[in-house]
Ligand binder design. Structure first.
Ligand SMILES: [Zn+2]
Length: 214
């Protein structure tokens, strides 16, 4: 899964692609490429027996920026208990590394994910493809989080759009991930929908970069 924050450091069309690997995947990097490695709840059945050890080793790679994706997904068949256990174990692996960032996959499991991550107030969290409601958003704001919106923001309902508007410009960003929309098209749609200017779009690109690189 890739996260494509819109960036403007050099020009407005610059695209930052940070790939997330799941622990069982082989990590083959381009020159100078940074990455994330996690234990994706969709892939639990494919995890090798020694996945914790493998995850810890991969997290210590000099180009590894974050643990992710990890999280909980109530739309899949894998039991919640199993997913919670795996997520806890994955988070424990970063305790012995210098990693301070976590990319979260949250599907219909806000309370359950929050209950786990609130135990790690020293970490910062990237809420990828964010779909929470206003109340959940208020709760997340108690932690160090970056809300990342996918093209669902435009496609989906007005509730998510109200959530987007409730978040200040320094704590949200845009991603395209697996969607067919290009990041520039998405950014243009966001500008039109919310009547915001280039400066705010640029800020959201900077936010993603600062999450990963500061
Ligand atoms: Zn995800």
């Amino acid at each position: 899964v890739k996260i494509n924050p819109h960036s403007h450091r050099s020009d407005p069309t610059t695209l930052v692609v940070i790939r997330s690997f799941s622990v069982e995947e082989e990590i083959e990097l381009q020159k100078n490429e940074s990455f994330c490695v996690g234990a994706h709840p969709w892939n639990i059945e494919k995890f090798p027996i020694d996945w914790c050890e493998q995850l810890k080793i991969k997290l210590q790679h000099p180009k590894c920026l974050a643990l992710g994706e990890v999280g909980l997904d109530l739309a899949i068949k894998t039991p919640l208990k199993t997913q919670q256990h795996m997520m806890q174990m994955a988070l424990e692996q970063i305790e012995q590394t210098s990693i301070k960032r976590v990319v979260l996959h949250v599907v219909r499991a806000h309370n359950e994910v929050y209950a786990i991550v609130k135990k790690y107030p020293h970490l910062k969290f990237f809420l990828h493809d964010y779909q929470g409601n206003l109340q959940e958003t208020q709760q997340w704001m108690k932690l160090n989080v970056m809300f990342s919106f996918s093209p669902r923001l435009i496609l989906k309902n007005e509730k998510l759009q109200a959530v987007f508007q409730s978040i200040d410009q320094y704590h949200k960003t845009l991603e395209t991930d697996d969607f067919a929309t290009s990041i520039n098209d998405f950014a243009n749609q966001v500008k039109q929908q919310f009547h915001i200017g280039d400066a705010q779009i640029k800020q959201m690109g900077e936010n993603a970069l600062s999450f990963y690189f500061d």
